[in-house]
Every structure is written in structure tokens, then in C-alpha cells.
Design a protein around this ligand. Structure first.
Ligand code: HEC
Length: 279
């Protein structure tokens, strides 16, 4: 093998890995929407839909969204004292109960690109994940999820799932009907992004949308970029609005000790709380 041939081989390998990386849009041209995440305490779907626990349950039945009551023009209308108190948080709440995540979205003929920018707060209540300081998660509901367009990720959040008080440590999150796509980025060096699903159980791989993720930290700000195919898994086409939710495990948190968003809609070239623009 002569020298030129070797360097050509090296260059083509480099090119191949560069094209495997996320072909991101020019993010400076993509509008950013701030979505507030919050510590939800122990408020699974059973709690949220039970009249004796939550007066919002009646309106959910009539088609009101969680965000419709609790997100007032970008400010959360929630009783944070209650969310950090013993009634809804028996184990202890993180110091920071709420923080914003900048959300940007774009798409081309085949793929969706979703970028999250956030400062991940310290002072977690349950730093059980020794490997990852931060995990960023996005879920999309398909149209078979009961009230999937109203309740965000809550349809997967059950009182008998692991890390809930008294629950089986092996019981993963699940949904009674329909399915979610789940993508996850982990901050540990060399960690693989998850391309997963939530059906009758959660699976961190086997997703059909070829989800990938890249992330970095600059100063105290994390930037995580996800990409996935529009087709495959929860089908996303131009003109559709897809229900989604965001969760971030800050400060080595696991399981339910994440900060979560209510459910929002991602408009693929259509109306939505976050509008993905074509590039
Ligand atoms: C009709 C408006 C309405 C809707 C829709 C609604 N809620 Fe509520 N929610 C309330 C009110 C009012 C309270 C205050 C306590 C109460 O009255 O039960 C509350 C309380 C809460 C709390 C406890 C913190 C607090 O402020 O007391 C959480 C968490 C919560 N809701 C989550 C949800 C989720 C998740 C959904 C959707 C699955 C949802 N809510 C839908 C009105 C609503």
C-alpha cells in the first residue's frame, strides 16, 4: 500500500464518520421556544385523573390539556410548595423545582432535527445515576395513546412504576394502548443515544425512527441535538402536529426524579406550540 492510498483511505473514513454525524440546520435561523420543566413529585396518571386528588381531572375528560390549565403564557401555574412537600414528594425534592429548556425544531424531506438548550441544575434529591450527570429525553405519542394529545408523557407515568413509592423496582413505564417513541441522550463519555419506545413496557432500543443524539456542555449550558426519521415509529409528515414531552434527569437523577414538561405539540410545517421549520 503506498502512502497516498493510505491517506485517501483515512480521508474517506473521516468523511464517512462526518456524514454519519447530525447534518444540522443553521440553528441561528431556527426560532427558539422556552418550555418550562418542573419537578412533578408523585403525580402519576392515576393521581391526575382521580377527582378526589386533582380537580383538573374532570376537565381532562372533557378534552382540556394539562398545559391549557397549568401553562399560562409560558409561566407555570403550579403550587411548587405543594410539589416539594411531603404530600406529593415523600422522598425529597430537588433544590431547583423548575427551569427552562430552549426548544428548536427543523425538518427536511426525510428527518426531524430537535435541539434543546438548557442549564442543568445541581442540588438533585436522588443522585443515583453515577455515570451520567445529565440525561435528556423526548417522547412522542402516537394517535392510539388514550388522551395522548392532552396529557403529554403522563399516559406512561404510573404509580406502580419503579422509583414510585412502594413500587416494584423492575416495573418500567408503560402505556395501556398506543405507543410512544422515546429518544434519550446521556452525558457520560461514549454513551450511546437511545432509540426506544414505550408500549406495554419501556424499551431503550428497537425504535423504528433511527433516533440519534449529540450533546455538549459549554460553560454551564448543555446543547443536545436529536435527529430522527420522519417516517417510522410515530409517523410525522408535513402538516401534522405531534404530541411530545420533554424530561431531563439533572444532577445524576434516575427514574421519576426528573424535571418534566407538560404535553405540547410539535407542528411539522403546521401550527404547534413548537413549530419545526423546513430547511
Ligand atoms: C381544568 C384545569 C386543569 C387541568 C386540565 C389540569 N389541571 Fe392540574 N391542577 C388544576 C388545579 C386547579 C390544581 C390545584 C389542586 C386541585 O384543585 O386539585 C391542579 C394541581 C395539579 C398538580 C399539583 C400541584 C398544584 O399546583 O397543586 C399537578 C402536578 C397537576 N395539577 C398536574 C396536572 C397534569 C399532569 C394534568 C394533565 C394530565 C393536569 N394537571 C390537568 C387544574 C388543572
Amino acid at each position: 500500500m503506498n502512502k497516498n492510498f493510505i491517506s485517501l483511505a483515512v480521508i474517506s473514513t473521516l468523511l464517512a464518520s462526518a456524514s454519519a454525524a447530525i447534518a444540522a440546520p443553521d440553528w441561528s435561523k431556527v426560532p427558539k421556544k422556552d418550555i418550562l420543566l418542573f419537578h412533578p413529585g408523585v403525580t402519576p396518571i392515576e393521581w391526575a385523573t382521580k377527582k378526589a386528588e386533582h380537580s383538573g381531572s374532570t376537565a381532562i375528560k372533557k378534552g382540556e390539556t394539562c398545559a391549557g390549565c397549568h401553562d399560562e403564557k409560558g409561566k407555570l401555574s403550579l403550587d411548587f410548595k405543594r410539589l416539594a412537600g411531603k404530600e406529593l414528594e415523600p422522598k425529597g425534592a430537588p433544590k431547583t423545582l423548575s427551569f427552562p429548556v430552549g426548544v428548536q425544531a427543523a425538518y427536511d424531506a426525510t428527518s426531524l432535527y430537535l435541539r434543546l438548550t438548557f442549564k442543568s441544575p445541581d442540588g438533585g434529591a436522588d443522585p443515583a445515576d453515577k455515570e451520567n450527570e445529565v440525561k435528556a429525553n423526548v417522547m412522542f405519542a402516537n394517535d392510539k395513546v388514550p388522551q395522548g394529545d392532552l396529557v403529554g408523557c403522563w399516559a406512561t407515568c404510573h404509580q406502580d412504576a419503579r422509583t414510585m413509592p412502594g413500587a416494584d423496582d423492575k416495573k418500567l413505564k408503560y402505556v395501556k394502548d398506543g405507543a410512544y417513541d422515546l429518544m434519550q441522550w446521556k452525558s457520560a463519555k461514549g454513551a450511546k443515544a437511545a432509540d426506544g419506545t414505550v408500549t406495554d413496557k419501556r424499551a431503550m432500543d428497537g425504535g423504528k425512527a433511527d433516533a440519534r443524539a449529540e450533546g455538549s456542555k459549554s460553560g454551564d449550558t448543555y446543547t443536545v441535538t436529536f435527529t430522527r426519521k420522519l417516517a417510522g415509529g410515530v409517523a410525522m409528515g408535513e402538516g401534522k402536529a405531534i404530541p411530545f414531552g420533554i424530561a431531563i434527569h439533572a444532577d445524576h437523577a434516575t427514574g421519576r426524579f426528573h424535571h418534566v414538561s407538560f404535553g405540547y405539540k410539535l407542528g411539522i410545517g403546521s401550527e404547534g406550540d413548537v413549530k419545526a421549520i423546513r430547511f
